[in-house]
Design a protein around this ligand. Structure first.
Ligand code: PHE
Length: 357
């Protein structure tokens, strides 16, 4: 019996893995294991022999069982040590900040503009970026031969071979949303339409994709005076100043009559822009009274209704407000630029809480 003890204790001490331990367990104390067989023989012994051999066998079985358990635990510890060596992690390193992203200035300014106009009763309207040439041009009183079509550096979509309907375009301005909103809602109506627009142009202040916000207000007796008040309120709120001077310059757009470009008084003293003071003027938008033909295209009767519209470059006013020199950087996805000019993700602009804190 002491041979058996010696044999198994040595084998267990040398076992290299769990599978080897299991094999030894079956061989020694399994149902047909050596020790189990010996225990079965107890029945054939004389009572005296049995009284001597029984406890010894039980003790041996216990000893082997605890040796198996101990070796198994030791192997598990060794495996864990090995894993810890291979997969170490320095828990003393500083944790990653949870919020890494920032809100892009274009998104921020779009939210600011929306908050300001929402406060004046303007809802948000949308339209497709791939637009029919009818919505982008004809409905806005820009017929096929009109020079404005060429001036806009339009991107044309491809039509299938043999399909000679006029091609769709990437919308060159947000003005087609005027037509879509009028058709969908009728009059009276008060909407803004922020979104992407496209023109084939590229330099420090032009990118082939940029952003505009359209404004449209139609009612029974709306005049240029209402337009001027709305724009003054907007500019004061947007640039966060108490006083502004607006200058309306006569201009021409096919879809408004009369038309005006709007400048704001500003100063560039010391290289930084200050709105509301100084002797310089800064053009910020195009506007006018909606042309009767445009109302008709929107299924609104020009004998009964009239209104104003304006269109403003979101990227441009973002550059002005936040002192960003080059438009092209807006769309480079440079993380350093985004961290510098981006806005905290949870600071939603509101008029009461402050637009740009
Ligand atoms: N759509 C014009 C542009 O892109 C801006 C504009 C909109 C002018 C509405 C007048 C009225 O330049």
């Amino acid at each position: 019996m002491s041979d058996l003890r010696e044999k198994y204790l040595t084998a267990i001490a040398e076992a290299k893995d769990e599978a080897a331990i299991e094999t030894l367990r079956v061989q020694a104390v399994g149902k047909k294991g050596e020790i189990s067989l010996k225990m079965r023989e107890l029945g054939k012994m004389s009572p005296e022999e049995r009284q001597e051999a029984g406890p010894r066998l039980n003790a041996l079985k216990d000893e082997i069982n605890s040796a198996l358990a101990a070796r198994k635990a030791a192997l598990a510890d060794a495996a864990l040590d090995e894993r810890l060596r291979a997969e170490w992690l320095d828990v003393t390193l500083p944790a990653r900040p949870r919020r890494q992203g920032t809100i892009h200035p274009v998104s921020q300014v779009t939210e600011e503009v929306t908050a300001i106009f929402a406060d004046m009763g303007f809802a948000v309207a949308e339209g497709p970026q791939v637009e029919s040439d009818w919505y982008n041009f004809d409905a806005l009183n820009i017929p096929g031969h009109h020079p404005a079509r060429a001036e806009m550096d339009t991107f044309y979509m491809h039509r299938a071979e043999g399909d000679d309907r006029p091609p769709h375009v990437l919308r060159t301005h947000t003005s087609p949303v005027q037509i879509r909103a009028m058709q969908a809602q009728g009059a009276p109506i008060r909407v803004i339409a922020p979104g992407r627009v496209y023109r084939a142009d590229y330099d420090q202040t032009h990118t082939p994709m940029f952003h505009q916000v359209e404004g449209l207000a139609i009612d029974r007796d709306i005049s240029m005076a209402n337009l001027k008040w709305v724009l003054e309120e907007f500019v004061k709120a947007f640039f966060e100043v108490d006083h502004v001077d607006l200058r309306f310059r006569a201009s021409h757009f096919p879809f408004t009559e009369p038309s005006a470009e709007v400048d704001i008084r500003c100063s560039w003293e010391g290289g930084t822009l200050k709105v509301g003071e100084g002797d310089d003027w800064l053009e910020i938008l195009g506007s006018g009274m909606v042309h009767p033909r445009v109302l008709e295209a929107g299924h609104i009767d020009p004998a009964e209704w009239q209104g104003f519209a304006f269109g403003m470059g979101i990227d441009r006013i973002a550059m002005l407000k936040y002192g960003i020199p080059d438009l092209r950087a807006f769309f480079d996805s440079d993380l350093r630029w985004l961290r510098h000019y981006g806005f905290a993700a949870l600071d939603v602009p509101t008029l009461h809480g402050g637009l740009s804190r």
